[in-house]
Write a protein that binds this ligand. Structure first.
Ligand code: XCC
Ligand code: SF4
Length: 626
């Protein structure tokens, strides 16, 4: 079926195009329609020039120097307002990632105490490795005893008042020294987030540079703290990912099965849903209802988590969540936290789909709340899956429209799995970088954003990188986009430049390595730190670069900030709300180089964005003399 210009401009993904056509047929509204109704978006907001921090406001600063107010009522300038708004976004993002990490620490604590209902410590090697980092005794101790000490140690990172965040010490010495010198070596995770909220209160910190430094400090507490804790403790509890085959796109939904989507972020929930769906009684019940079985699939980052560990298929990325419901084939959309559109409530009411919220932190209009807790995890997960199974009888087969599109992919590249694929040491990778077979390593991550044609920024940028022999690591919604485009298969090395192709063929790996969910960007940092340490240089000396072609969330702002703070040049594909302050723009895109040895660039054209990353890698190679 040929689609309208409008649909073709919204997404490059065929399944998404089909579903947008279906939404039109059924006269259902999606994020794209709401975006169009929102236009033109507020010009002050776009530039970051609106302040609502106190009730004398809202204040809006005129972007034109000769007309309109140049100061807020309290006297805050554009620079102050933009800097405050920006770092409040960092606080929001760092809080989200870190609270996710805290939940994992909580689950480990309960598991070690024997109080959790169905979890166990699966990766003892990782447990011991982490325990060593914290100088916890491991000799002759049970995994539960070690786990208890580890849980308490990582828990303490959040409320720490002084000192440093342990995992940040994985960074090269030079990097840590630089953080200390700039005053951005974070103390406790919560402390830095709270300090942003304090400093941005009316009448506290009114120095844009000082504000941004606190933003960077907090973001480091996220990347090397909260996010790293989320990743590492997930590995301890659920296993460290290893390469596994999976499938992506809406075609993973099945006509004859009970379809359950696990959407959100924390594997604490999705792991249990996956386990519960294997319960023989529930499978039998599904069959008694006329279904062929139970089909659990993932969406967004929790989808990445269960795909990385079990090969569970992923239905789609952020902008596909509404489309999944519109297939009419979803018995339950089970959600926990983050990136879940409140629009799902009304939409699910147009179908038989049950929208089930599970976290006390995240309730939604139109959702049934079945609160999840770790103590009774398996029991509750079975109840939730049971609700989905019962709902199969309510599916209206006449309303079902599942696009056939699916793509195979190979996922599961944790840092450990990469080293393993390399034969046990990083040397083959270092050699390939030195010889120039691999020009450099890119981390391409982040969301979808209706401001950009869905998946196009992700796919085009990544294709251009691999064509130029850049090995790409990916997480989050970028990973799902490039998997859909077929780039996450060993065969995709045919689309890579000659050098990268040779390396991929020799190792049997794809040119794009799926490293997990967004908190797993900590895995990318771990790899960069290991490479820098092996070469005896800082991360900022390496031919590496980051990109977030379609980013939208506060978490992405925090991510970009810690990636840059770690010394990695980063290209943003959507424009951040900072252009109202030439000073803040200058700090982020130029001055940051003098402080942390890296900066941001904004480039909405993905091919040009890739070009900036490649030029950066070439310059770093030259400086290293390789
Ligand atoms: Fe959310 Fe994590 Fe962004 Fe995707 S990439 S839209 S933050 S699901 Ni994390
Ligand atoms: Fe206006 Fe200042 Fe209050 Fe912001 S803090 S709303 S600029 S008076």
């Amino acid at each position: 079926m040929p689609y309208s210009e409008k649909i073709l401009n919204r997404s490059v993904d065929p399944a998404t195009q089909k579903m947008l056509g279906r939404a039109e047929e059924l006269d259902l509204e999606t994020a794209w329609d709401r975006y169009e109704k929102m236009l033109p978006q507020c010009g002050f907001g776009e530039l970051g020039l609106c302040c609502r921090i106190c009730n004398m406001g809202p204040c809006r600063i005129s972007p034109f120097e000769d007309t309109g107010p140049q100061k807020g009522i309290c006297g805050a300038t554009a620079d102050i307002i933009v800097a405050r708004n920006l770092i409040r976004m960092i606080a929001g993002g760092a809080a989200a990632h870190s609270d996710h990490g805290r939940d994992l620490a909580h689950t480990l604590l309960l598991t070690a105490q024997g109080k959790s209902g169905g979890y166990e410590i699966k990766d003892e090697i990782k447990l011991s490795a982490l325990a060593r980092e914290y100088r916890i005794e491991t000799q002759g101790r049970s995994k539960e005893d070690i786990g208890l000490d580890l849980a308490e140690s990582v828990y303490a990172e959040f409320g720490k008042q002084e000192g440093f965040v342990q995992f940040s010490r994985r960074a090269p010495k030079k990097r840590v020294e630089l953080w200390k010198k700039a005053g951005i070596d974070p103390r406790g995770i919560d402390r830095e987030i709270v300090e942003i909220m304090h400093r941005t209160h009316i009448g506290v910190d009114n120095d844009p540079v000082n504000l941004i430094l606190q933003g960077l400090k907090t973001s480091i507490a996220d990347g090397w703290g909260g996010s790293a804790i989320a990743t590492e403790i997930s590995d301890v509890l659920f296993g460290t990912p290893e390469p596994v085959r999976s499938m992506v796109n809406l075609g993973v939904l099945k006509h004859e099965h009970v379809n359950i989507i696990a959407h959100g972020h924390e594997p604490v929930l999705s792991e249990m849903i996956v386990a519960a769906a294997h319960d023989p009684k529930l499978v039998e019940q599904a069959k008694a209802c006329g279904a062929a079985g139970i089909n659990v699939v993932g969406m967004c980052c929790t989808g990445n988590e269960i795909s990385m560990r079990h090969g569970i298929p992923i239905a789609g990325n952020f902008l596909q969540q509404e489309l999944a419901v519109i297939t009419g084939a979803v018995e339950a959309m089970i959600v926990d936290v983050q990136c879940i559109m409140p629009a799902l409530g009304d939409l699910c009411e147009c179908f038989h789909t049950k929208f089930i919220s599970t976290s006390p932190k995240a309730k939604f209009p139109g959702a049934i709340h079945m609160e999840f807790n770790e103590e009774h995890a398996m029991e509750i997960a079975k109840e939730i899956v049971g609700t989905a199974v019962e709902n199969y009888a309510n599916r209206n087969k006449g309303k079902v429209f599942i696009p056939e599109d699916t793509t195979d992919c190979m996922v599961g590249f944790s840092a450990e799995a990469i080293v393993k694929a390399l034969g046990g040491t990083l040397d083959p990778l270092l050699d390939a970088i030195k010889s120039g077979a691999i020009k450099g390593i890119a981390g391409v991550v982040g969301c979808n954003n209706v401001k950009i044609k869905h998946d196009e920024g992700h796919v085009e940028l990544v294709k251009e990188l691999i064509r130029n022999n850049v090995l790409v690591t990916t997480t989050g919604c970028n990973a799902i986009a490039v998997a859909k485009a077929g780039l996450m298969l060993p065969e995709a090395s045919a689309q890579a430049g000659e050098g990268l192709r040779g390396v991929c063929q020799a190792l049997g790996i794809p040119p794009v390595l799926h490293m997990g969910s967004c908190v797993d960007i900590s895995r990318i940092l771990t790899v960069c730190a290991a490479v820098a340490n092996a070469l005896g240089v800082d991360i900022s000396d390496l031919p590496v670069a980051g990109a977030a072609p379609e980013w939208m969330s506060e978490k992405a702002v925090s991510i970009g900030s810690y990636v840059v703070s770690s010394g990695i040049f980063t290209v943003l594909g959507t424009v951040p709300q900072v252009l109202g302050s030439p000073l803040v723009t200058q700090i982020l895109t130029k001055t940051a180089n003098d402080v942390v040895g890296a900066a941001f660039a904004v480039e909405t054209d993905p091919i040009k964005g890739a070009g900036l990353m490649i030029a950066h890698m070439d310059a770093k190679r030259k400086a290293l003399g390789i």
